[in-house]
Every structure is written in structure tokens, then in C-alpha cells.
Ligand binder design. Structure first.
Ligand code: MN
Length: 708
């Protein structure tokens, strides 16, 4: 194939303004210099490739930005030129297009699985963002396929397979019918060279035999149509070897049985003329029954429209005829704006697809109405898959997730165990926070630990329904386990008060209790106690009466709080108890045990309801930090706050929150929420704060009413 010359490109750009053509020429010179000295595998200078790609885009009548970007599409990957430099010389939109194409070039399709191919296509489309990026990529691929003979056999097979599985279907879905067919044909030729050669030869021979007949038919049609008042362009059309091959293999036919290897296309000006033409042709030659297809009334899913019929010409030679309007033909040739739907084999059209469909339909309308390429392309700069993001697993599998998804969503998409045990994540080999938003093409790796578990905080940022429900499910199971453990301790305490204990309760007693209380199981009863749905004292008494020798003693025992009980034990926000404070527990229905300080005013109000209050005490070895509020009044001088904060930090204490009073005079009052291990720890902090000369008053705040 002879290399395209700049002058040819310039000629094909006659639809552009002269100033735009001048910019294209400038881009050519820039690219030529950048690629200087590089050669293609064929031995031609490298610039012949971008020039040919630009020529293909010119044939589709794309805007000057796209044509310029086509000329520059390989400079970022193959030369020293940077994106910034392109942006400076040719503007940001061109730089974005070139960058977009370069990003696509870096992705490689490896998997053999059909489902993977579909996801890879979607990933490419989603990454392209601007349809023009995909069009440049497709033109690039078309030229590479046209010149594939120059590369090694192995490379040829890889590129041909990728074209067949990825790029040809994308062209089809974009409605670029003739591109789709050419890519298919070229892939077939390189993947099955032998079959292609044999078939091509057979077709050549058959066409030679029938040429005369077909010419006769063409003549007859050209003569007849004007008589019926139809203005038409009639042309002969050679069918692709691949479509003949496909027909043979799908319908199990031999070559001699595939009759319509020659086709005729009739282009007319409007839809009524299409049907009129059909009538005239059916009057001229007999149609083959069952071969007529009306793709005008019912377009193909990618937007293709035409009438197809097969006529029996002289000597019984069948000829397929396509009848369509000029507009339909243009869409079939270069119809980026055609509908975008999956083939009918994909049974259901999701909401996303139908919205994309509507969007493309509206593009089609814009194009029809205005015919203005620039405005049309303005509208194409839209995200193609606004709701999805496509990422790689470490093994190269592709996952489709909701847009905005995080590594946690990814982890749950892989497996619920991976989600529940996830502790950190790497994106493109770098550690990132778990809430990081994933981007198209990211490679995501999840790091797990055997004893890690789902964190309720994740619910604030996960995006997928799957992750959300799995986290909820996990937390719920955790909560039941914790509630049961607490329930058992509460029951034991109540039993001890009655001179018994859980271990002394016989299985029969439990069985009777479960029956009488209509609970499902013993675990259920315990969880109910832990969650405050049943009272331990009542259950204890009941259990003992069921054993025939109920105790009556009131000996006390209190339940021990470690602080690590999880959601079954909560610490009241009104008084914020810390280890060392005298405490009391309140059973709150459905929420478990709430711990207050003895002197909490909120707790004091409901003390009358004595059944719900139980004795609790701190375990000597609590191992977590507790929030506590303090108020620090200081002389309002520069740097005081820093001194206070430093003293707090020096005492081995975290500051969870600081708020400063708005109206300040000589003194300023600051509220701190600190995290301390115990009362002892707190008093150590207070002591060091008192040593600061500017601190005039210091107090712990126990009730929420006083803490602003
Ligand atoms: Mn290229």
C-alpha cells in the first residue's frame, strides 16, 4: 500500500476552514521532526503511519483537533515530546486527546475468556471518555491492520486476535459499519491465512463467471428506476470474504451453495423512495421468498438501517440488493452517533445502556438537524459509562464497579472474606488509604490479615450495594456474638445474686425456659438479655423455679466491664465514664448495656426504674482509650494553646477534638476531648496542665449540658 502524502491529506480536509488546515500542516511538520529517523517495520519512515491515521479521520470528516491529535498520536509514547509541550503548541484539547490515546496503548488484552473481552471493551471505552480518542485509536488500529504483513507472525496473530475480539466489536457498537467489516475481514485474513486464500480464489473465479450477468442486472435497474420517478445511485458491491465464510460456517453450506456473493446497493433520497424502489425491483426480477428484511422499520441494534432483498436475475443468478437513503448510508459508513446497544444475545438492557442509547439517539438528532460537525463533536465529549469504573485484579482480571468505588468495594467484589479481612490496599503498586476512589485501568491489590474484621466506618464511603450489605451482615453477626457473651455474664450475675450460677443450670431447665418463653434457642435468650430485650433477673428467677429448688438470697455480685465488649456495651455520652470512675449500668431496650458514672445527672433522673439498673465495675485491666472532656481556662496570650496541647501530648494522651470559645477577653476557655486510659492517666494530664502559669482554671466536664 502506497504511503499517503501530505498533499492528499490536505485535499481530504476541504471540509475544514483554511486556518484549520494550516494548523494540521503545522502538526504534520512537528510530528515529522519528532519521529525523525524512526522507521516502521515495513521500512517506511514512521511519519507515514500517523499521516495515514489522520487521513482515515479526514475521511470520517472529524474536526481539526482530532486530525491534529491523530498526527501526534504516537509522539508521547515514542519520542521525547511531553504532554505539556503538545498543550502549549496545539492547545489543551489536542493534548488531552493524544494523552487519551497513549493511555489506551498501554493497556494490553490478555485473557481468552469472552466475558473478559466484554469488560475490556468497556474499560477502553470508559477510559477514552471522549469518543474522538476511541476514533483515533480505531483509525490507528485500522492502519496497523492494513499494514500487518510487515510484522512477525506471532505479533500478527496477537494484533489480529485483539482486533477481532476488542476493536471490531467496538466499531460495530459505535455504528461504524464499514470499519467494522474491514477490521473483521483483515483479522480473518491474518488469523486464518490459508482459509482466506482458498476462499478468495474461489470468489474471484465465481465473480468472473457472473460478472456479465450482474452487469446486465445493474443496467436494467439503472434504466427502470427513473421511469418510476426515482432518482438513485446504483452500484455493484463485492461482499467480504469473511461474511461469505461466516455464512458457510453458520449455515453449514459449501461454497457453491453460497449464492449471493455479489451485491448491489441503491441509494435514494428519502424513505418513501426506498419502498418505491423495492416495489420496482420486485417487478423487475422475482425476489427469493423469505429473504426480504426491513431494517428501516426495525433498525439493527447498532442503528443500521436498510432494506435487504435477494433477486433472482437472468439464468437464475441470485443477487442481494440493499436499498437505503443517503443519510442511512452515511451513518452506516461513519456513524459514530448510531445507537449503542448490545447485540440481542445480551438479553436484558440495563438502565445504563438504555440511557446511553437515548444519549446517542439525541446526538443523532443533533447531527441530523444541524449537520454542523463542530457542534456535534462538542456533544460527544461526554463520559460513555458515567456509572461504572473498570479496574484490574493483580491477576489481570477486570472488575466492573460502581463509579466512586473504593478498595473496600473492590475487596468485597472479589470475595466477602477478602472484604472482611481487608486492612490496606495498593493501587498501581502504591499503598493508599482504603477510602481512595478507584480510577479506570487501576491495578488494585488488597492486603488482608487473618484476624482483621469489617469496620463500621467503611459504611460511610463504600459505593457498591454488595460491600454495604456484606459489611452490615458481618457487623450484625458480630453484634449477636457479643450480645450473647454479655447476656451470659449478666445472667450469671443475676444467678449469683440468687446463690446459683450459669454452670449449675441443667439442660432441662434451659429446654423448659426456651419452650415457655417461645424463644428459638438458649443463644437467643442470652442475646436478648445482652440487648436488653429480657431482664437477667427475671430470666434467672424463672430458670431457678424451673429447677424445683429456687434460691432466695440477695448476695450481690457485679458485672465486670473491660471496655472491649464491642457494641453490646456502650459508654454514655452524657457523663463519659473512664476506668476508675464509680459506674452503674443501665439496660436499654434493643441497645444493650449503657454505662454511666454514679453521679451522672442524666442517670439519676431514671434511677427509680430500679429493675433496669445493675451493678457494674471496671475490670482492672481495661486495654482501650476512653474519651473524656475537659475545660481549660487560660490567660489569652499568644502561644498558650500550643503550650497546653504540648503538655497534653507529653502526658501520652491523644487530643480527639478542640473547640475554642468565640468571645474572648482577658481569658479564653478551651474545650478538649482527650483519650485517656483511666482516671489515673487523666489526673496525670491535669497535673501537668496546672503547672502551666497561664492556666487559670481546669475542670473535667461530666455532663453534656455543661460542655456547650
Ligand atoms: Mn499508532
Amino acid at each position: 500500500m502506497a504511503a499517503v502524502q501530505l498533499s492528499e491529506l490536505t485535499q481530504s480536509l476541504s471540509y475544514l476552514k483554511p486556518s484549520d488546515v494550516a494548523r494540521v500542516e503545522e502538526a504534520y511538520r512537528f510530528s515529522d521532526t519528532a519521529h525523525h529517523g524512526q522507521k516502521r517495520m515495513s521500512g517506511e519512515p514512521y511519519i507515514s503511519h500517523p499521516l495515514a491515521v489522520a487521513e482515515i479521520l479526514a475521511h470520517w470528516q472529524l474536526d481539526s483537533q482530532a486530525v491534529i491529535a491523530a498526527l501526534l498520536h504516537d509522539v508521547m509514547e515514542d519520542t521525547e515530546v511531553s504532554k505539556a509541550e503538545i498543550s502549549e503548541r496545539f492547545g489543551r484539547p489536542v493534548a488531552e486527546l493524544v494523552d487519551g490515546v497513549s493511555k489506551l496503548d498501554r493497556l494490553e488484552f490478555q485473557s481468552q475468556a469472552e466475558a473478559e473481552a466484554e469488560n475490556f471493551r468497556k474499560m477502553l471505552l470508559a477510559m477514552a471518555r471522549d469518543v474522538r480518542v476511541m476514533l483515533i485509536k480505531l483509525a490507528d488500529r485500522l492502519h496497523n491492520m492494513r499494514t500487518l504483513d510487515a510484522v512477525s507472525a506471532e505479533q500478527r496473530r496477537r494484533v489480529a486476535r485483539e482486533t477481532r475480539e476488542i476493536y471490531a466489536p467496538i466499531a460495530n457498537r459505535l455504528g461504524l459499519d464499514s470499519l467494522y467489516r474491514e477490521l473483521q475481514e483483515l483479522s480473518f485474513r491474518h488469523l486464518y491465512a490459508m482459509r482466506y486464500r482458498v476462499l478468495a480464489k474461489a470468489v474471484r473465479v465465481a465473480r468472473g463467471n457472473r460478472r456479465e450477468v450482474v452487469n446486465k442486472i445493474l443496467e436494467a435497474i439503472r434504466e427502470r428506476l427513473p421511469g418510476a420517478g426515482i432518482e438513485a445511485t446504483v452500484s455493484g458491491r463485492e461482499k467480504h470474504i469473511y461474511s461469505i465464510y461466516k455464512k458457510m460456517s453458520e449455515k453449514h453450506l459449501s461454497f457453491s451453495q453460497v449464492l449471493d456473493i455479489y451485491g448491489i446497493r441503491v441509494l435514494v433520497k428519502d424513505i418513501p423512495a426506498c419502498y418505491l424502489t423495492l416495489g420496482v425491483l420486485h417487478g423487475l426480477y422475482k425476489p427469493v421468498p423469505g429473504k426480504f428484511k426491513d431494517y428501516i422499520a426495525i433498525p439493527k441494534v447498532n442503528g443500521y438501517q436498510s432494506l435487504h432483498t435477494t433477486l433472482i436475475g437472468p439464468y437464475g443468478t441470485p443477487v442481494e440488493v440493499q436499498i437505503r437513503t443517503q443519510a442511512m448510508h452515511r451513518i452506516a459508513e461513519t456513524g459514530v452517533a448510531s445507537h449503542w446497544l448490545y447485540k440481542s444475545t445480551e438479553a436484558e438492557l440495563s438502565e445504563l445502556q438504555s440511557r446511553t442509547h437515548q444519549w446517542l439517539q439525541s446526538l443523532l438528532d443533533i447531527q441530523n438537524a444541524s449537520g454542523d460537525a463542530a457542534e456535534f463533536l462538542e456533544h460527544i465529549k461526554v463520559d460513555l459509562f458515567p456509572d461504572e469504573v473498570y479496574v484490574f485484579t493483580p491477576k489481570g482480571k477486570i472488575l466492573a464497579l460502581t463509579r466512586g468505588a473504593t478498595p473496600v468495594d473492590f475487596a468485597y467484589a472479589v470475595h466477602s472474606d477478602v472484604g472482611n479481612r481487608c486492612i490496606s490496599a495498593k493501587i498501581n503498586y502504591e499503598l493508599v488509604p482504603l477510602r481512595t476512589e478507584l480510577k479506570n485501568g487501576d491495578r488494585v491489590e488488597i492486603i488482608t490479615a487473618p484476624h482483621a474484621h469489617a469496620n463500621p466506618a467503611w459504611l460511610a464511603y463504600v459505593k457498591t450495594a454488595r460491600a454495604r450489605s456484606q459489611i452490615r451482615h458481618f457487623l450484625k453477626t458480630m453484634q449477636v456474638d457479643e450480645s450473647q457473651a454479655l447476656g451470659e455474664r449478666l445472667l450469671n450475675q443475676a444467678l449469683r445474686a440468687l446463690d446459683s450460677n450459669v454452670a449449675a443450670i441443667q439442660p432441662e431447665q434451659w429446654e423448659r425456659l426456651v419452650r415457655e418463653t417461645s424463644a428459638r434457642s438458649r443463644q437467643d435468650v442470652l442475646a436478648d438479655i445482652g440487648l436488653g430485650k429480657r431482664l437477667a433477673a427475671i430470666v434467672a428467677r424463672k430458670l431457678l423455679t424451673l429447677s424445683d429448688h429456687a434460691g432466695e438470697s440477695k448476695a450481690s455480685g457485679s458485672i465486670v466491664i473491660r471496655g472491649s465488649e464491642g457494641m453490646a456495651v456502650q459508654f454514655a455520652q452524657c457523663c463519659r465514664p473512664i476506668p476508675g470512675d464509680p459506674i452503674i449500668g443501665f439496660i436499654k431496650k434493643g441497645q444493650g448495656l449503657v454505662i454511666h458514672t454514679h453521679d451522672c445527672p442524666v442517670a439519676r433522673k431514671s434511677r427509680g426504674d430500679s429493675e433496669k439498673w445493675i451493678d457494674v465495675q471496671w475490670s482492672p485491666d481495661t486495654d482501650r482509650l476512653f474519651d473524656v472532656s475537659i475545660r481549660v481556662t487560660v490567660l489569652d496570650q499568644r502561644g498558650v494553646l500550643a503550650k497546653v496541647a504540648a503538655a497534653i501530648a507529653d502526658s501520652g494522651c491523644n487530643i480527639a477534638n478542640i473547640s475554642v470559645d468565640e468571645d474572648r477577653g482577658v481569658y479564653a476557655t478551651n474545650h478538649f476531648t482527650l483519650q485517656v486510659g483511666s482516671r489515673l492517666h487523666l489526673s496525670k494530664v491535669m497535673r501537668s496542665l496546672r503547672r502551666i502559669p497561664e492556666v487559670v482554671r481546669l475542670a473535667r466536664i461530666k455532663s453534656s449540658e455543661n460542655s456547650r
